[in-house]
Design a protein around this ligand. Structure first.
Ligand SMILES: [Zn+2]
Length: 297
């Protein structure tokens, strides 16, 4: 069994602290609340359970685990189930089963979704108000024209409209020596979705900050996202996220050269966690780890 630690946010909310309960590290209890675990170095694997993970997703988990070993830190598993309509328990179960079969040890971060949502919403106060604006645009209207809601100064109503962060067209951010014009990549980026769900970029920055993630390994498709996260983190003083070490690996393709994607059909079968599949994951992970200079034990 992996060396598993349960981490969750207390419903009482202890300031902005992440409250932790450890199963096997003997954390102290104080005033009925659990102690924060301070770890200096950490990686994380943050899949969304919206389909069965594929070989590429699992290779990413494996590389993160190897990197955690290399830096003498730990790996956090954060299952991103904020969008409950898209997430299914069988997909989460498959994540846990695959990591077990791969022998990957991790710290589980599993906050209560409702209190987490309120917490992420309250953290929006860290962003200067003048940089945020409410957006009324529907998905279909955005296909036809760009959002111009900023000029209208609408009141933000969670569940009715979205909340966007204005990104100046001249604003740039650099990650791994690559420079991105953030507005070209994201427009004015949504931080809170119209359906009252924290948007991926916002949840990601706050989670990485609170969990003290120091090393981030992602596919190259998320390079611009990393640049955006560094910008948001700098804006809110999330120093560890702004200064984290970012690694981006190539994306795996199938035999026809097509990018792998999670199978989402309701009748889809999970990949069989047999020796062939597990060894394919490790071989793929090994190639990508070599590319990034991460030691394979
Ligand atoms: Zn709009």
């Amino acid at each position: 069994m992996p060396d598993e630690i349960i981490v969750y946010q207390s419903k009482k909310m202890c300031g902005n602290e992440i409250i932790c309960q450890t199963k096997n590290r003997g954390a102290e209890q104080r005033d009925g609340l659990f102690h924060r675990i301070a770890l200096k170095v950490r990686t994380r694997f943050a899949p969304t359970p919206s389909g069965y993970l594929h070989r590429g997703n699992l290779a990413n988990a494996q590389i993160n685990a190897w990197l955690a070993q290399q830096i003498h830190g730990d790996l956090v598993l954060r299952i991103d189930a904020d969008d409950r309509a898209r997430c299914q328990p069988q997909y989460s179960d498959f994540i846990v089963a695959s990591l077990r079969e791969l022998g990957i040890a991790y710290t589980l971060y599993a906050p209560d979704i409702e209190s987490r949502k309120e917490y992420l919403k309250s953290e929006l106060k860290l962003i200067p108000r003048q940089n945020l604006f409410a957006c009324d645009c529907s998905r279909s209207s955005l296909i036809e024209q760009e959002c111009s809601c900023r000029e209208q100064s609408l009141a933000w109503q969670p569940g009715v409209n979205a909340l966007r962060l204005h990104l100046d067209p001249d604003l740039t951010a650099t990650v791994n020596g690559e420079l991105f014009r953030l507005h070209d990549e994201f427009g004015d980026v949504v931080l809170w979705r119209r359906d009252d769900i924290p948007a991926y970029h916002w949840a990601n920055v706050i989670d990485d900050r609170d969990l003290g993630i120091s090393h981030i390994v992602r596919g190259r498709d998320l390079l611009a996202s990393s640049a955006l996260h560094i910008h948001i983190a700098s804006m809110i003083g999330a120093v560890t996220v702004a200064k984290a070490q970012y690694h981006h690996h190539s994306l795996l393709v199938d035999s026809t050269g097509k990018k792998l994607s999670k199978s989402q059909q309701s009748n889809a079968q999970p990949p069989t966690l047999d020796l062939t599949f597990l060894s394919d994951v490790r071989t793929s992970a090994q190639e990508l780890a070599d590319e990034l200079g991460i030691a394979v034990p």
